[in-house]
Design a binder for this molecule. Structure first.
Ligand code: SF4
Length: 381
């Protein structure tokens, strides 16, 4: 049975002394990152879902407009010397966009022109296995395919949910279950999370945010906080699943490799460390995923120099705004139906709290830091 405590103790990270933070795939690759909320239409109606986050009406933009926007994003990113891409689609439920598989297929076809391409989606996993077979087929040319499955206790059948995730792992898709740990249902959610973890599926434990998504709600005990901070480290379970089936990944290999990370003292499956921190002495620290930042209160970057808007954007509905990030108070960079312009360089953060992991993982450094914003980039020292 896999351990559900991280051997690498994230609570030792000296957060107050951190000078730079960023997702390693952004620090060490020419990666441009897009987080795209395709519409709010959803086939579930969970009791805890915020009213602004979902809709009963089909509100998707036409597929042609989505594809034209995708091409424009790549054009502007390439003008800024980024030719690796990570697109992350969410909703509502993104798989309900009528052109979703076509959008993914068009994106994947361009991989031959890129240094690296990956795709992610956040889904309630409601499509059947036949749909997921098509999804696997259209994304097979990408360097990495991942998804976060939001597990809704009220709707999803636990065993069918598990069966679909294992099928995806067997087909070289990285999967994580998103579990919002409500303070008043913490134990029930923890038990459910353990069930999945013991099946060899990553679970992301998320603290609940307030309705404005600016703060974590009150009500977590110290023990609950500890579980959120260091519980259930992310592991490369998909690799493990393929290895056990004596299969090898058939995905193309990118010439851009991330530097090796050797975790200390872990067992069979080392944790996957997605995030790198550098402290004042230049020492590197690591975390499996940026989703944990909120549980450490590491989400205030006002005055830091941030590359969101220069090497990453978010797109959200219902207004089709294209913004630096979800949390940012900056004016939008444009709108999906009117056009947009990326920043020409990183800019200072003017926002009190950066609560979304899509935002906090984008490379940023403290004012006055002597490190470059990412290794090897002397332009933004
Ligand atoms: S709120 Fe926006 S500008 Fe500030 S750190 Fe987060 S992503 Fe960067």
């Amino acid at each position: 049975m896999a351990s559900y405590w991280s051997d690498y103790d994230f609570s030792k990270i000296p957060f107050s002394q951190i000078q730079r933070v960023g997702q390693r795939s952004l620090l060490y690759r020419d990666l441009f990152c897009v987080s795209w909320l395709l519409g709010r239409f959803c086939n579930y109606k969970c009791s805890y879902c915020w009213p602004y986050a979902r809709s009963d009406s089909r509100d998707h933009r036409p597929t042609d407009l989505v594809l034209a926007t995708l091409a424009e994003i790549k054009k502007q990113a390439r003008e800024r010397n980024f030719n690796s891409f990570h697109f992350s689609f969410s909703g509502g439920e993104p798989t309900l966009h009528p052109g979703y598989l076509q959008i993914l297929g068009t994106y994947a076809e361009d991989t031959v022109n890129c240094n690296y391409q990956s795709v992610h989606m956040t889904t309630n996993l409601s499509p059947g296995l036949a749909w997921f077979k098509k999804y696997i087929e259209v994304t097979k040319g990408l360097h990495r395919v991942s998804l976060t499955a939001s597990h809704h206790i009220e709707f999803a059948d636990r065993d069918r949910f598990c069966e679909k995730l294992i099928f995806l792992q067997e087909n070289d898709v990285q999967v994580t279950i998103n579990m919002v740990m409500l303070p008043d249902r913490f134990e029930e959610s923890w038990e459910r999370a353990l069930f999945f973890h013991e099946k060899g599926i990553n679970v992301t434990l998320k603290p609940q945010s307030d309705p404005t998504a600016s703060h974590v709600v009150h009500g977590y005990t110290d023990e609950m906080c500890k579980k959120l901070q260091v519980g259930m480290p992310q592991k490369d379970y998909t690799f493990d699943r393929l290895r056990k089936a004596k299969k090898q990944s058939q995905r193309p290999q990118s010439p851009f490799h991330l530097p090796e990370f050797q975790p200390s003292g872990d067992k069979d499956i080392p944790p996957v460390m997605q995030v790198e921190f550098k402290d004042e002495s230049g020492k590197a620290w690591y975390m499996d995923q940026a989703e944990r930042f909120n549980s450490f209160g590491f989400n205030q970057f006002k005055g830091w120099e941030c590359s969101a808007g220069f090497r990453s954007i978010i797109i959200r509905e219902p207004d089709g705004a294209i913004k630096r990030s979800y949390s940012c108070h900056d004016e939008p960079l444009g709108y999906i139906d009117k056009g947009f312009q990326l920043f020409d360089s990183p800019k200072k953060c003017m926002t009190p709290t950066c609560v979304s992991s899509a935002d906090s993982k984008i490379p940023k450094r403290k004012a006055g830091a002597s490190l470059p914003l990412w290794p090897g980039d002397e332009t933004y020292i």
